[in-house]
Ligand binder design. Structure first.
Ligand code: AQP
Length: 332
């Protein structure tokens, strides 16, 4: 059976990159796969979080999933910490993961920065917890943005190591699904950095909760260069900011970068930005309004999470029981 697992951290400022790189693709995939979509709050606490804001962000990500079109009847939506089997499996997998594999993870190096000695063990072990999230459900496919590719390869390596160690083909090796025209949306202020929740400048990203005026203002202020749009995608080479805006347009209009270049060949960015702004408002505006509506009814959102946790918990308990038996942990 094909089963999908994916998640987003409730770290605030959910942005267009999270939407185009991940959530929007899930909406299509829910038609063909059994889907489990998690709000990965245990990942969020690998960096300091304000407890009240963490509650609010967990509800906001849930609301964003639903506002984007994920059907909570069809899919399982829950927050990670309500299914304790994630942490238990993470420990078992940590015991078979060589340090050398973790030492190669670039996200840890970026997030720990210069003060690596002071970084938490949780931040270092983050990819092992991510492997546990996926493998706990024996997921076969994981739709993510391009930035998660390395972590996903590690999940496959860990699954393989477990199967080899215990001489059993228990975990499927999860396939990454890196889909769409915008697998890595870049910052609106710096075409070399990815759009990110934790960027200090709010002008660097289009938040999924931004109102129409904020979207228009941020696109107007987005960095570009002085040249007009090229007629083919080859003309975007070495023009990171220009390529990013064209990529966003292509993704939002569900066409190709090549087609956008053909459509706007020779036009100046001032004109292109107006078109992009109208498109972004048209596509993102309804999602923002729905998120606001849903977050105002916390009871409804909490009910969806509770129901999701029950359904996820049934699968998680069954699999963890099997894994305990394979590993040799005595059940009395
Ligand atoms: N800029 C991006 N372009 C495309 N996809 C992206 N994703 C994140 N940023 C982009 C995808 O969104 C999903 C959820 O990401 P996450 O919440 O687990 O955290 P992240 O990848 O670390 O995202 P951020 O926004 O950059 O958060 P911070 O700033 O907290 O590190 C994933 O599928 C991811 O690939």
């Amino acid at each position: 059976m094909n089963r999908i697992f994916s998640g987003v951290q409730p770290t605030g400022n959910l942005h267009l990159g999270n939407y185009l790189g991940a959530i929007r693709n899930w909406v299509t995939l829910q038609e063909d796969f059994e889907c489990i979509f998690c709000i990965v709050d245990l990942h969020a606490i690998t960096l300091p979080q304000n407890p009240e804001e963490l509650h609010a962000h967990t509800r906001e990500v849930t609301a964003a999933y639903i506002a984007a079109g994920i059907d909570p009847e069809k899919c399982i939506i829950f927050n990670q910490s309500t299914v304790p089997e994630h942490s238990e499996l993470a420990w078992m997998l940590a015991c078979i993961t060589p340090l050398g594999w973790l030492n190669r993870m670039t996200q840890f190096k970026e997030k720990a920065g210069k003060h690596r000695e002071n970084a938490g063990l949780g931040l270092y072990a983050y990819p092992v917890l991510m492997a546990a999230d996926i493998l706990l459900y024996r997921a076969t496919h994981v739709p993510v943005g391009d930035d998660q590719k390395q972590h996903l390869e590690l999940s496959r390596d860990i699954a393989g190591a477990f199967n080899r160690q215990y001489g059993i083909d228990y975990f499927p090796l999860p396939e990454p699904q890196i889909l769409g025209a915008a697998t890595r949306v870049m910052s609106l202020r710096d075409g070399a950095s990815k759009m990110s929740k934790s960027d200090g400048s709010d002008y660097s990203r289009l938040n999924l909760t931004d109102d129409d005026d904020a979207i228009a203002l941020k696109i107007r202020k987005a960095r570009t260069d002085a040249d007009p749009l090229p007629g083919t995608s080859a003309g975007l080479e070495g023009r990171d900011e220009a390529a990013n805006l064209v990529g966003i347009y292509a993704a939002l209009s569900e066409t190709s970068v090549e087609e956008v270049c053909r459509q706007f060949a020779g036009k100046m960015f001032s004109q292109f930005k107006n078109e992009l702004s109208d498109l972004a408002v048209e596509r993102m505006g309804p999602i923002a309004r729905k998120i606001r509506e849903l977050t105002a009814e916390t009871g409804h959102v909490d009910g969806i999470l509770r129901n999701g946790a029950e359904r996820a918990g049934v699968i998680a308990k069954r699999h963890l029981g099997e894994i305990r038996d394979i590993v040799g942990l005595l059940r009395t």
